[in-house]
Design a protein around this ligand. Sequence first.
Ligand code: NDP
Ligand code: PYC
Length: 340
Amino acid sequence: MTERAGVPMTLAALRALARAKLRAVGLAEDHAEAVAETMVAGERDGCASHGIYRLLVAAASVKAGVVVPDAVPVVSRPGKALVRVDGGGGFAQLAFARGLPALVEAARAHGIAALALNHVVHFAALWPEVETLAREGLVALACTPSHAWVAPAGGTQPVFGTNPIAFGWPRPGRDPFVFDFATSAVARGEIELHRRAGLPVPDDWGYDADGAPTTDAEAVLDGAMRTFGGHKGSALAAMVELLAGPLIGDLTSRESLAVDGGRGGSPVGGELIVAIDPAGFLGAETAGHLARAEAMFAAIEAQGARLPSARRYAARAHSLSEGVVVPAALHAEIMAIGAE
Ligand code: NDP
Ligand code: PYC
């Protein structure tokens, strides 16, 4: 869902604007750089719900005191194949960047390794992380809980977060295969964009506070979202809660919402990222797995179906040459950040 009229910008100008606005609300330079990068990447790839719109969300989280603006991530190695980064209450982007070299090194050394980000604030999409790992030749999986906004299948009251799962697979000489989606019917950000535009949402996205299906975006935001795929999305949402919550010693979405205490900030908690080096499973004979994967991708595309990430890379190519158009109302709100 996109607003049409807008302000054309180069990616460099958008990046500079994002950094300046994040600095204006008090975010430290290293965080501002990492956070701006992920928002610009989302806008560049045509992901409106996790593009530059997130500047409003991140600035609000800083102003609400939910984020430690100058947090210094601390990297540790609790096990040979385990990397932990305590984000100190800062945004997840810098914590990921600080843990990335150790994760790649551990995956190559042991075949499989995990990175636990703890005590971070998460407002963003996960695909930049798995894409980065896939470009290193690693297979990657990432997930994070959020805030309890989503009802389990069969219920109408929020328990789960929107709990995204992202996956990346390297492709020789091509952009990686990547998917990244919420286990809710849609990301909450998409419902927020509908509310901002005054548009109804499909009647299978959520319930109002009384548990009745509704097409009113505001009512869904105040009530409960649905999982995608009924009981299947519900089980996957529970899995994300368990893997990136209790398993890594961090918060469930219910706990995270309680910690927020009504401040309306982005979720605080953990993220789990698993990286697999195929050489660890296959020894020196690693060429075959990539060729067989390509055969599967070709079989998908041969029948007219598209691969997840095909739209993203097309949008990226366009934005890299033409820049992006920021919706006018959003641009005005962004310009007001730090001017209050
Ligand atoms: P979508 O339902 O739009 O699904 C996006 C994924 O599905 C992309 O990988 C997309 O590829 C792929 N896809 C979409 N349509 C097709 C198709 N027809 N054929 C093949 N593949 C397709 O995304 P969501 O609304 O669920 O999530 C959007 C973003 O929100 C995610 O990036 C997620 O990480 C983020 N999010 C973050 C949260 C957090 O707590 N940090 C919580 C929830 C969501 P392509 O990109 O090429 O279109
Ligand atoms: O869109 O559901 C969402 C979301 C939650 C946290 C970041 N994005």
